[in-house]
Design a protein around this ligand. Structure first.
Ligand SMILES: [Zn+2]
Length: 325
């Protein structure tokens, strides 16, 4: 996908494409925004476009540079990451790269350093990077990506063009998914669930297990109308201990979606909430959210899954009884 195609639909990103086209690209960018809004994808496409050697719309995907970029063998692109078993990008992880960048490039070509999860840089490594940013070598571009903007030192931020990528508009997500051949009904469902993140939508789409688990959540947690329903639902859940975290995560996601639909007065627009939930009120749903949170805490203190899940369903049944009166 070319840079222009990737920027389509976002004024902010189209502005960068224009800077790129007119040769006025800044030497350092900081892409921020929530998880999954496309920061990483865009920074990668931009890096590839910067290095692409073809004429016309870039990246072309066919030139030698693009091929090497795709096969991750491009010598002029650098991705500092934490060392094995570490979670931070330390000074030593950056220094070799920065030293190399301070010398002229071997082939005279442009070079790009892409720092995904830039918040993982310690303050010391950020200061180390700052020196290079201040005396940016010719033809070297810095692309920093983070969903924790405040973890980046103000001195770094002030030397970067900060690009805050917003969540996608639902129409754009829907269109993108249907263009990819996703059925209309699934695309609608994904659009509702992905919270403005096309990355998340695509991840969910490819994840078979997700749809199975979601079906299970609907057959159990979302299906208890009264206390008498709990034992049967418990049976379905008792062997799902290994999937527990994900089941709870899906349940939370459904609750959030339902609450937001009630708030926007578009309750059950796409008709996938179980019938008995349609009379639920926000307060009651919030109490269920609290119960899910408790259930997660109990899991951390090793309360058995079967009993824990049953307890949560009892709570849901109790709330359901209120809205069915
Ligand atoms: Zn190319």
């Amino acid at each position: 996908m070319t840079l222009r195609a990737n920027a389509a639909g976002s004024d902010m990103l189209l502005a960068i494409w224009r800077e790129f086209e007119s040769g006025k690209l800044a030497h350092a960018y900081l892409f921020t925004g929530e998880k999954g809004v496309g920061k990483k994808t865009f920074s990668n496409v931009l890096a590839k476009a910067i290095l692409c050697q073809a004429e016309g719309d870039k990246p072309c995907g066919n030139c030698r540079s693009c091929k090497r970029f795709e096969s991750k063998t491009h010598g002029n692109v650098y991705y500092p990451v934490p060392q094995a078993k570490k979670t931070i990008i330390g000074v030593e992880d950056l220094r070799n790269i920065l030293d190399e960048l301070s010398r002229a490039s071997l082939d005279g070509g442009r070079r790009v350093i892409v720092i995904h999860n830039a918040e993982k840089m310690t303050p010391a490594s950020q200061n180390c990077l700052l020196k290079t940013l201040e005396e940016a070598p010719e033809g070297v571009f810095f692309l920093l990506v983070t969903d924790m903007e405040r973890a980046i030192l103000p001195t770094i931020r002030s030397r970067c063009r900060v690009v805050r990528i917003s969540p996608w508009h639902p129409d754009r997500i829907l269109r993108t998914l249907t263009e990819k051949g996703v059925s209309q009904s699934r695309a609608r469902e994904l659009t509702d669930l992905c919270e403005g993140s096309i990355g998340k939508a695509l991840q969910m789409l490819d994840d078979e297990g997700y749809w199975t688990d979601r079906e299970l959540v609907r057959k159990t947690f979302l299906n208890v109308k009264r206390v008498a329903d709990v034992p049967a639902a418990s049976q379905l859940l008792k062997d799902k201990k290994d999937d527990a975290d994900r089941l709870l995560q899906i349940l939370e996601q459904e609750l959030r979606l339902f609450i937001s639909q009630i708030a926007q007065n578009s309750r059950d627009e796409h008709g996938f909430f179980p019938e008995q939930w349609k009379a639920a009120d926000v307060q009651s749903l919030c109490r269920i959210q609290d119960a899910v949170l408790k259930c997660k805490q109990y899991r951390l203190s090793n309360v058995g899954w079967a009993a824990n899940a049953e307890n949560l369903m009892m709570k849901i049944a109790e709330e359901a009884r209120k809205w069915q009166q």
